[in-house]
Ligand binder design. Sequence first.
Ligand code: HEM
Length: 128
Amino acid sequence: MPNLLDRLGGESAVNAVVDKFYDKVFSDQTLAPFFANTDFAKQRVRQKRFLIQLMSGQSKDPATYMRNAHRKYVDEMGLNDSHFDIVAGHLVTTLREFKVSDTLIAEVGSALESLRGAVLNRVSENAA
Ligand code: HEM
C-alpha cells in the first residue's frame, strides 16, 4: 500500500492542509500565548517538513524531536493534554474541510496520538 503521504495526495496536499491548519492554530486564543514569539512563516515550513517526513515513514526519531521541541512549553507554560486535543482537533477539522476520508483521518489521528507522550514530555510514554 502507498504510504500515508501519498494517500493524502502528496506533498502539495499536505502543504495546503498545514497552511489551513495553522490559520486555525495561530488564531486560537487559547493557544496564542505559546506562539507569542513565533515566526509564523518559519513554523509553517517546519511543520510541513516534519509531517511530510512522518507520513512518508522517513522520520528518524520523531519522538526525540517532539520532546525537545516542546519541553520548554511543558516546563514553563503548562502545555498539556487539553492543548494537544485542541491542536489535534484543528487538524481533523481541516482534513474534513479538504474532504479527506474518515479512514485516512483516523490514520493521521493515530500518527499524532503516537506523539502525544513525547510532545507533552511524559516519561511513561516513550513510544513513537
Ligand atoms: C502531534 C502534535 C504536534 C506536532 C506534530 C508538532 C510539531 C511541531 C514542530 C515540527 C515544531 C518545530 C520544532 C523545531 O524544529 O523548532 C513545533 C514547535 C512548536 N510547537 Fe508543536 N507540535 C505538536 C503539538 C503542539 C501543541 C499541542 C502545541 C501547543 C500550543 C505546540 C506548540 C508549539 C510551539 C510553541 C512550538 C515552538 C514554535 C517556535 O519556535 O516559536 N505544538 N511543533
